[in-house]
Design a protein around this ligand. Structure first.
Ligand code: KG4
Ligand code: ZN
Length: 346
C-alpha cells in the first residue's frame, strides 16, 4: 500500500494550522495566526482566538490542498487536535474535521496536541527510535515523557508544577517591555547580552530533587527576575535588557537540559527529542546538543517552524496512526480542553 495521505488540523491555541503529509513526507504546512490580535492584551484571548479560527479555517484548508497539489477527496484520513487546549478554539478544528470526515467518508483521528509535538520530528529526521525521551516545552506545557511507540501512549516522568517554560518567557518579556509572545524576543535580545546575573534554578536543590527529580518550576524564577528589575529601577539605574534576557534564558535552559539528560541517562535512553514552541530557542538547542554529546546522547529537534503549533504535526501523528492500523475516533469525538497527555487518540 502507498504511504497514507493525511490532512491534519490544529486549533488548540492561536494558530489555525492545516498540514498535509504522505507518510513521513511533508507536502503542505499552512498556518494562519491570530497572534497580532492578542498582542495588545499580552496573552491569548480565547474568544478572539475561536473567532479567528472560524474565519481562517476554510481558506487555510484550501491553501494547504493547493500547496500540496492534492484534492480533498485524495486524502486517506483526517486528523485533528482534540485536546488539550482552549475549549472554544479546539471546538472549531474538531467541527471542521468531523465535517470533512463525514462528507469525504474518511476515518477521523482526534489526537493529543502533545503527542503531535513529538510525532512532527518524523517529518524532518525520519522514524523515531524504538525508545526515546521527549521534552515538550511550550506556552502551556513543560514535560518529560518516555516514548516507546507514540501511537500507543507516552509515560510521563515529570512536568512543571506551576508555570510552563514558554509562559515564563512570555511573562519575563513583558516585564522587560518586549512584545508578546516574548520567547523569540528574549532569544534575540539575549544574543547581545552576557550571563551576568545568577537567577534561581527551580526544583534543583538536593531536597527538591528527592521529590521532584524530573519536575520543573519557573514561577520563582519569573518573580526573581521581576524583583531584580524593580530594584534596579528603584535605584535609578538603567535595566540591562540584553543581560537580563541572557541570564534568565540561561536559568531556564540550564534546568531543562540538566533534567532531560538526567532522565535519559537514568532510563538508559540514547535519544532526546525536544518539541513545542520553546524548542525553537537557540540557547536551548545549543546547550542540549553540547551536554547530550558529552554523554553520547543524540538530540533531535525539528526546525523552529515545526516546533511552534502547526497542522503538519497533527498530520504526522495521524499518518503514523493510519500506518500502524490504529482504531479511528468516533464521529461524536468531543473537544477536550484537559485531555491527559497519556491519551494519544481520543
Ligand atoms: O507550542 P507553541 O507554539 O504553543 C503552545 O502549545 O503553547 O509554544 C508557544 C510558546 C510561547 O510561549 C513562545 O514565547 C515560545 O513558545 N517560544 C519561544 C521561542 N519561540 C517561541 N520561547 C523561547 N525561545 C524561542 N525562540
Ligand atoms: Zn503546542
Amino acid at each position: 500500500m502507498n504511504e497514507p495521505l493525511v490532512l491534519g488540523i490544529e486549533t488548540s491555541c492561536d494558530e489555525t494550522g492545516v498540514g498535509i503529509v504522505r507518510g513521513h513526507t511533508l507536502l503542505a504546512d499552512a498556518v494562519a495566526s491570530s497572534v497580532e490580535e492578542h498582542a495588545r492584551f499580552g496573552g491569548v484571548v480565547p474568544e478572539v482566538a475561536s473567532r479567528a479560527h472560524l474565519e481562517a479555517m476554510v481558506p487555510t484548508i484550501q491553501r494547504a490542498c493547493s500547496d500540496a497539489g492534492i484534492a480533498l477527496r485524495d486524502v486517506d484520513a483526517i486528523a485533528v487536535t482534540s485536546g488539550p487546549g482552549l475549549a472554544g478554539a479546539l471546538l472549531v478544528g474538531v467541527a471542521a474535521a468531523k465535517s470533512l470526515a463525514l462528507a469525504l467518508d474518511k476515518p477521523l483521528y482526534g489526537v493529543n496536541h502533545l503527542a503531535s509535538h513529538v510525532a512532527v520530528d518524523q517529518l524532518e529526521h525520519g522514524a523515531l527510535p524504538d525508545r526515546c525521551l521527549a521534552m515538550l516545552v511550550s506556552g502551556g506545557h513543560s514535560s518529560l515523557l518516555l516514548v516507546d511507540d507514540i501511537t500507543l501512549g507516552v509515560t510521563p516522568l515529570g512536568a512543571t508544577i506551576d508555570d510552563a517554560a514558554g509562559e515564563a518567557f512570555d511573562k519575563v518579556a513583558r516585564v522587560l517591555g518586549l512584545p508578546f509572545p516574548g520567547g523569540p524576543h528574549i532569544d534575540r535580545a539575549a544574543r547581545d547580552g552576557q550571563i551576568t546575573i545568577d537567577f534561581p534554578r527551580g526544583l534543583s536543590t538536593r531536597k527538591d530533587l528527592e521529590r521532584h527529580r524530573f519536575d520543573f518550576s519557573f514561577s520563582g524564577l519569573k518573580t526573581a527576575v521581576a524583583r531584580w528589575i524593580e530594584a534596579r529601577e528603584a535605584s535609578g539605574e538603567p535595566v540591562p535588557v540584553a543581560d537580563v534576557a541572557a541570564s534568565f534564558q540561561e536559568a531556564v535552559c540550564d534546568v531543562l537540559t540538566r533534567k532531560a539528560i538526567d532522565a535519559a541517562v537514568s532510563n538508559d535512553i540514547d535519544t532526546i527529542m525536544i518539541g513545542g514552541g520553546v524548542a525553537a530557542n537557540s540557547r536551548l538547542r545549543a546547550l542540549a546538543e553540547e551536554r547530550a554529546a558529552a554523554k553520547g546522547i543524540r538530540v533531535r529537534v525539528p526546525r523552529p517552524g515545526l516546533c511552534t503549533d502547526n497542522g503538519a504535526m497533527v498530520a504526522a501523528l495521524g499518518s503514523e496512526l493510519v500506518a500502524r492500523g490504529r482504531q479511528p475516533s468516533a464521529l461524536d469525538l468531543p473537544a477536550d480542553s484537559s485531555l491527559p497527555v497519556t491519551t494519544v487518540v481520543a
